[in-house]
Design a binder for this molecule. Structure first.
Ligand code: PLP
Length: 374
């Protein structure tokens, strides 16, 4: 018999979810509307300190709406973090616009302020500034907003904060998701809390939140009949899924503490190893995924570790493949010095599942050390 499966980051219910689902059943609000959706928007907006929320079917669709609020249309450009998941960039493609990729800073692998400035300087020279800058809080850790926001401001370009991986984290007393003109969250199954699938747009402006809700309910005009002046989307979160996320909000802080403890155990175990555990040096990370990077001098490849873990029924993943290396984006501009490409070639996301026991984490650690020959 094979050993019990250990997951990278799987849904972890807190117990309160079913009460909200039951409420939706009892009132027959089995729809993309209802009390759970309204409450979830209020709770998340309040938690982040951002004013207004619009719940969506995914983080990807929330980014699409944020881009539309920035006035994005065909032929425009958008600056994107290079080291991220594809969901960060899909919205740019939906609008037939062009992404310009900005590479990473050394310490967190988040977007580099210097490279952002270079990209904006070049755009200005060409006489065509981007419509938005999408900044990711990678693996749960804040980007360098002290430097990034003034650069963006100096060119008058709005920032969309992609906090899909970072919900529950903070920087200088402000919750992540609180830094962009628009911010987005994800409630996908692998994120720190889940709705089984879902997302949210956050904004300080009620009119923007209302516009996002309008677009995400098929752009239906206020009329007795079905009247449409604009293209719409079916992007609203279901009241059932919102019930799950509402219950999950009750355990968000607890999950952050559990992820932090998992990270601390890896950091301790690999203190003098060829696997360097990535230490989030900025603010309070939510420690969504613990990441290790293999020392340059080691002959062991990240795929060797993934294979060794898989042989013991343990899930792990490579780091994100940089966007400028994706076939879809061949020929797109990239401003950076290859730091993310280097990290991708040597990095691994370790199991960071909050249901993982300490004994199970020991099995992970032993297996990784074995693969490293330690
Ligand atoms: C997960 C993720 C998204 C997309 O969220 P979905 O809810 O899966 O659409 C966007 N950006 C980043 C950085 C992510 O990790």
């Amino acid at each position: 018999m094979s050993e019990k499966r250990i997951y990278l980051s799987s849904p972890h219910m807190g117990g309160g979810e079913q009460k909200y689902i039951q409420e939706a059943f009892d009132t027959n609000w089995i729809a993309p509307l209802g009390k759970n959706v309204d409450e979830l928007e209020n709770i998340c907006a309040k938690f982040v300190g951002k004013g207004y929320g619009a719940a969506t079917v995914s983080g990807t669709s929330a980014i699409h709406l944020a881009l539309k609020l920035c006035g994005l249309s065909e032929g425009d450009t958008v600056i994107c973090s290079d080291f991220t998941f594809m969901g960060s960039c899909d919205g740019v493609m939906y609008e037939k616009a062009t992404p310009v990729f900005v590479g990473s800073e050394k310490d967190t692998l988040n977007m580099s302020p210097e490279h952002l400035d270079s990209a904006l300087k070049a755009a200005k020279k060409k006489g065509k500034l981007p419509k938005a800058i999408i900044i990711v809080d990678l693996y749960g850790t804040a980007a360098d907003y002290d430097k990034l926001l003034p650069v963006a401001d100096s060119y008058g370009v709005p920032v969309i904060e992609d906090a899909a991986e970072a919900f529950g984290g903070s920087y200088k007393g402000k919750k992540l998701g609180g830094f962009g003109k628009y911010s987005i969250l994800s409630f996908n199954g692998n994120k720190i809390i889940t709705a089984s699938g879902g997302g949210m747009l956050l904004t300080g402006d009620k009119a923007d939140a209302d516009k996002a809700k309008f677009w995400s309910t098929q752009s239906r005009e206020k009329a007795v009949w079905y009247e449409h002046r604009e293209v719409g989307y079916n992007y609203r979160l279901s009241n059932i899924c919102a019930g799950i996320a509402r219950g999950q909000m009750e355990v968000l802080e607890k999950r952050v503490a559990q992820k932090k403890a998992i990270h601390a155990r890896y950091a301790e175990a690999f203190k003098s190893s060829a696997l360097h555990i990535f230490m989030p040096p900025r603010g309070d990370s939510n420690y969504w995924l613990s990441v290790g990077v293999i020392d340059k001098s080691s002959k062991v490849k990240f795929t060797d570790i993934i294979d060794a873990l898989a042989a013991r029924n343990i899930e792990s993943r490579p780091l994100w493949k940089p966007m400028h290396l994706q076939p879809l984006f061949a020929g797109c501009e990239y401003y950076g010095d290859g730091l993310e490409e280097d990290a991708f070639s040597r990095g691994i996301c370790l199991p960071s599942d909050t249901k993982m026991t300490e004994e199970e984490q020991m099995r992970v650690i032993e297996t990784v050390k074995g693969a490293l020959g330690e």
